[in-house]
Design a protein around this ligand. Structure first.
Ligand code: 9MR
Length: 332
């Protein structure tokens, strides 16, 4: 029975144990993977505890918002890198790898992007953005989410302001490759963890990009789920395997697990821990799965804070989900 089940004393014992065990990043390194978290750089400055836990536990960081188009290029041709730079400097200081998120997405675009641009204007806009952003961090960002969520929940390509450029998807990958030949380039999406029409559409898209020689190195599965999620039920291992067979590297990119339903809190936390554990196991068993990233790390600053989806509570105490990851990384 897990220690936290033994009330307050057990909880403190569990915390002491967690703190005496090596941090997650060290355990992950032994298993040949990186463990990551999404970050809001202002908190690195404002909240010492946030920075401390992030540096101790994680070997990869990704910007939750500050590297999105709308944050970087608020008006055309004017780039604001202050917050993104802060994150990159922090990561370098703490020997953390960096995921860049994200170059082409239909959301969080600045208003000016909705102007009626001609094909050649859009060509120039896309090229300038990717060259400027990827070029700035050349050699420092290991992975870029070049394209995010291009396939809708109806398994078809979404409508975006980029559509005036029919080949915008492959063009974005080629531009990113030119701007930083060392960075590994990813397609990233949610709701595609298991077998189903959406993951099928993504599979077909990436397969055709690969066949055309488009420089794409990997696929990111976000895993925004709730505590009822079962990787087995949706065929997650089989799904990842078919992407692996395309020669793609696989990352878990944005995992969080919402608490739902009316069970007692202790049971909900245990169910949440099981979901984290099972998804990590799927990753560890897939030789091409190299990165396991959470969308934040403390419930205090989750985009879904009310449903407590992360592995530290809002006072930075490790939750059962933390211990589940710790245990799973230690299992042979
Ligand atoms: O967590 C991000 C939240 O703070 C933003 O308001 C939101 C804007 O749409 O984006 C969230 O992050 C998303 C990520 O960039 C892409 N995948 C889904 C994430 C959760 O919505």
């Amino acid at each position: 029975m897990p220690l936290w089940r033994y009330g307050v004393v057990g909880l403190f014992a569990a915390i002491a144990l967690a703190q005496s065990a090596p941090p997650l990043r060290e355990l992950a390194e032994r298993r040949g993977i990186l463990i990551g978290a999404a970050v809001e750089p202002n908190l690195l400055v404002e909240e010492p505890r946030y920075a401390q836990v992030l540096a101790r536990e994680f070997s990869l960081v990704v910007a939750e918002n500050v590297m999105k188009w709308g944050a970087l290029q608020t008006s055309r041709g004017q780039f604001n890198f202050a917050a993104a730079d802060l994150l990159v400097d922090f990561a370098q200081k703490h020997k953390q790898a960096i995921r860049g998120h994200t170059l082409v997405w239909h959301q969080q675009l600045p208003r000016w992007m909705y102007g009626n641009f001609s094909r050649s204007e859009m060509e120039a806009i896309l090229a300038e953005h990717i060259r400027t952003v990827v070029g700035r961090y050349k050699g420092r960002i290991a992975y870029w989410d070049v394209v995010n969520e291009a396939i809708g929940d109806d398994a078809r390509l979404r409508a975006t302001p980029f559509d005036v450029l029919p080949d915008y998807l492959e063009r974005a990958f080629r531009l990113a490759r030119q701007a930083d030949p060392q960075a590994k380039l990813f397609y990233n999406d949610y709701g595609a963890e298991g077998l189903g029409p959406k993951s099928e559409a993504i599979y077909n898209l990436l397969k055709s990009l690969k066949e055309k020689g488009v420089p794409i190195d990997g696929v990111g599965f976000q895993v925004h789920v709730d505590q009822g999620f079962s990787p087995q039920r949706v065929g997650m291992a089989e799904n990842l395997e078919r992407f692996a067979r395309l020669g793609l590297e696989i990352h878990i990119t944005e995992m969080d697990v919402r608490l739902v339903g009316g069970q007692p809190q202790a049971e909900r936390l245990e169910a949440q821990a099981r979901v984290y554990q099972e998804v990590l196991q799927v990753c560890l068993r897939q030789p091409r799965c190299k990165v396991f990233t959470l969308w934040g790390f403390t419930d205090a600053y989750s985009w879904r804070a009310a449903s407590e989806p992360l592995i530290f509570d809002d006072r930075y105490q490790p939750k059962p989900a933390y211990f589940a990851l710790q245990r799973t990384l230690q299992q042979p």
